[in-house]
Design a binder for this molecule. Structure first.
Ligand code: Q9C
Ligand code: ZN
Length: 351
């Protein structure tokens, strides 16, 4: 399996996120990916390729141009407000979204206003290295997709920050560029007529869903904690089935948080894989969040490390050219074992 590593990921290192009225340490840390890298190396999965710069043309297939320009200049704009800002991360404090009556069709010149326009939570710190780290992660996903799309076998995008919460023109949920969506567009470029996304992160992949919501050539399927109580709250319900030509090409499988362990989760996976088979996908992108693990500090499912071997094997059963991205997973020490189990299960290296 090809592994493309974003060796610039350390440049993105959020200090704090807003939580219940105060700043708490960010859980989306560089050591998450270091644990993944160490475990893959320990199992002999070496020979990684390093990510390269993505082409702007492909980024624009998924993301809004003004949003990309905003990300590219956000740090310098932030420091230009006040040189003292360089000592802390960018976090928004005003949002136009929701029932406020505030306009969403304007992009004000004011930096704080633009920040709020392009961000949907106060938990996604942006700093000097964010753009470079996110950009190279996108490059990693695109390189993986070219490999898979050219029939050379499966691939894993070893990167952070994650991507599945990032929409066409918004960041949030620790995500800036939607790596899974960029992989989909690249697979389509390589000739795949129909691509499926299977999102197994604990949190609903709202960004990926929204990017492809009116498309019939991309099926998006997500298994996640019920958004009535779980992040991202405003997306991920079962009645979100697509729009226009995309009607019927989005499937959400919310599960009750708390008690959900492998047996119940696996039923949802089987439904997801059946939908992907019916769709007739030519390629599969697995948005691989490991925050379904029982030890995850911010999520409430109860999967065990061994379960990821079975999940990988079940995904392999779809028999499709497959690409894995890395999304969430915040139990830092086990994330490497859990991700490596997923890949080993997929390649039947479990024994
Ligand atoms: N204090 C991904 O898994 N809210 N994003 C957490 C904890 C945000 C998760 C609150 C969760 C975002 C990629
Ligand atoms: Zn998650």
């Amino acid at each position: 399996m090809l592994i493309v590593h974003n060796d610039r990921h350390h440049l993105h290192r959020g200090r704090f996120e807003m939580y219940r009225g105060h700043l708490v340490e960010s859980v989306e840390t560089p050591d998450r990916l270091d644990h993944v890298a160490a475990e893959l190396a320990r199992r002999g999965r070496t020979g990684w390729h390093n990510a390269e710069e993505p082409e702007r043309r492909i980024l624009e297939r998924v993301h809004d141009r003004a949003y990309l320009d905003f990300l590219a200049h956000a740090w310098e704009d932030w420091v230009a407000l006040d040189p003292a800002n360089a000592a802390h991360d960018v976090l928004p404090s005003i949002w136009p979204a929701g029932a406020s009556g505030l306009r969403q069709d304007v992009v004000p010149a004011n930096f704080a206003a633009r920040l709020g326009r392009y961000c949907f939570d106060a938990g996604t710190p942006l700093m000097a290295g964010t753009w470079e780290a996110a950009r190279l992660g996108a490059g990693a996903a695109i390189a993986c997709a070219r490999h898979v799309g050219q029939g050379k076998g499966a691939a894993f995008t070893m990167t952070r920050p994650p991507g599945h919460h990032a929409g066409r023109a918004c960041f949030g949920g620790y995500c800036f560029l939607n790596n899974a969506a960029l992989a989909v567009e690249t697979l389509i470029d390589c000739g795949a007529a129909r691509v499926a996304v299977l999102d197994i992160d604990y949190h609903h992949g709202n960004g990926t869903q929204d990017i492809f919501y009116d498309r019939a050539d991309v099926l998006t399927v997500s298994i996640h904690g019920d958004p009535a109580s779980e992040y991202p709250f405003y997306s991920g319900y079962g009645d979100e089935t697509g729009r226009g030509a995309g009607e019927g090409f989005n499937l959400n499988l919310p599960l009750p948080p708390g008690a959900t362990a492998y047996a119940e989760w696996r039923q949802a996976l089987d439904r997801a894989l059946a939908a992907i088979a019916r769709f007739g996908a030519n390629a599969l992108v697995v948005a691989s969040g490991l925050d379904t693990f029982k030890g995850d500090p911010i999520a409430r499912f109860a999967l065990e490390s061994e379960d990821y071997l079975k999940i990988g094997a079940a995904i392999a059963g779809a028999g499709l050219p497959t690409l894995f991205t890395l999304e969430g997973g915040y139990a830092v020490a086990p994330i490497g074992v859990n991700l490596a189990n997923l890949l080993d299960g997929f390649e039947d290296l479990a024994g």
